[in-house]
Design a protein around this ligand. Structure first.
Ligand code: UDP
Ligand code: MG
Length: 306
């Protein structure tokens, strides 16, 4: 049995060696052969050089070098495509995904028959409070709107059987939201929890803006509910408009029509204008996704394999 460990790395200079030193101890406790697949996601620092040093020390290390930064989703996809293990696990380079869970994950799959073992953080210690707040809201919202169930605090740290990896790879979409894809494909998943660990070195690659875009991506990828919402809001506004029209007509018949109502007119115009723009924006979001998907561009480009 072989275990493939996929590690996306973006500007992880000074982190990769720490990761290797810590992870390898736990990997060797697993009763299987292993390969360590590092994906260098267009790092602008010495990450690639460091990874090559690791490869010289350990022949189980393989490197996929992207031609530029394609994002973590692309890196995970590339890793899964290139992996050859019967078991595949995805881990962050910064040791925020504790490697001591690896032997337990292997045991749960090989002995207890689970198809996949996923992890989630029970707390968000050390994270900016605003980020935690919006992250929580995001999970609440996406779980309400979609059929896929995404556990709050779920990490991409997850071990899967080959069958499940193949199922994931059979999904051709370009805009990938793995947290949703993992649950969408089904399979029997066991969840392990752990307490949040802070990054060993380096800093987070996720700005607030990047996370915001990622959240929109997730919603658009897994539900068309916002489009439905546009219809509902449009319908309600039409009802209100109709009633208002009746009210004005009756008022004019009964009391005549003194020239007044400029402020309320402006309020109504801006309100409806705003809602129209919002709805257009939502439609544009989906149209843009459709447009990009129809181009069938590759999700990433590998410059070189080591
Ligand atoms: N990462 C990547 N490409 C990116 C951004 C991040 O491959 O464009 C990798 C990064 O090197 C790390 C993992 O994804 O191994 C998680 O990133 P990070 O620790 O910055 O995210 P956080 O833990 O703050 O959510
Ligand atoms: Mg991290």
């Amino acid at each position: 049995m072989k275990l493939s460990i996929i590690v996306p790395c973006y500007n992880e200079e000074g982190v990769t060696h720490l990761f290797y030193k810590e992870a390898i101890q736990h990997i060797q406790k697993c009763p299987c052969d292993y390969e360590l697949l590092f994906v260098n996601d267009g790092s602008k620092d010495k990450t690639l050089e460091e990874l090559k040093e690791l490869k010289e020390k350990d022949e189980h290390v393989f490197i996929l070098d992207f031609s530029r930064n394609f994002g973590k989703e692309a890196a995970m996809l590339a890793g899964m495509r290139e992996s050859s293990g019967d078991l595949v696990v995805i881990m962050d380079a910064d040791l925020q995904d504790p490697p001591y869970l690896l032997p337990e994950m292997v045991r749960l799959i090989t002995e207890e028959g689970y198809d996949s073992v996923a992890t989630y953080r029970v707390d968000r210690k050390g994270e900016p409070p605003i980020r935690s707040f919006f992250a929580r809201k995001f999970y609440k919202m996406i779980n309400k709107m979609t059929e896929v169930e995404i556990v709050d605090g779920a990490r991409d740290y997850r071990m899967m059987r080959r069958e499940m990896v193949d199922a994931i790879l059979s999904m051709p979409e370009v805009h990938r939201f793995s947290k949703g894809i993992f649950t969408w494909v089904g399979f029997n998943t066991k969840y392990l929890d752990f307490e949040n660990v802070e990054r060993v070195a380096g800093e987070t690659k996720w700005s607030f803006w990047k996370l915001f875009k990622y959240a929109i991506e997730g919603i658009v990828a897994f539900t068309t509910f916002p489009l439905r919402l546009a219809t509902i809001v449009g319908f309600l506004m039409s009802c209100v408009g109709f009633l208002f029209m009746l009210y004005i007509a009756i008022k004019a018949i009964l009391f005549g029509d003194p020239v007044a109502g400029y402020p309320s007119l402006i309020v109504v115009i801006t309100l409806i204008g705003g809602i129209q723009l919002l709805v257009l924006g939502v439609m544009g979001e989906y149209l843009a996704k459709t447009y990009m998907e129809t181009k069938h561009r590759p999700v990433y480009i590998i410059k070189k394999k080591y």
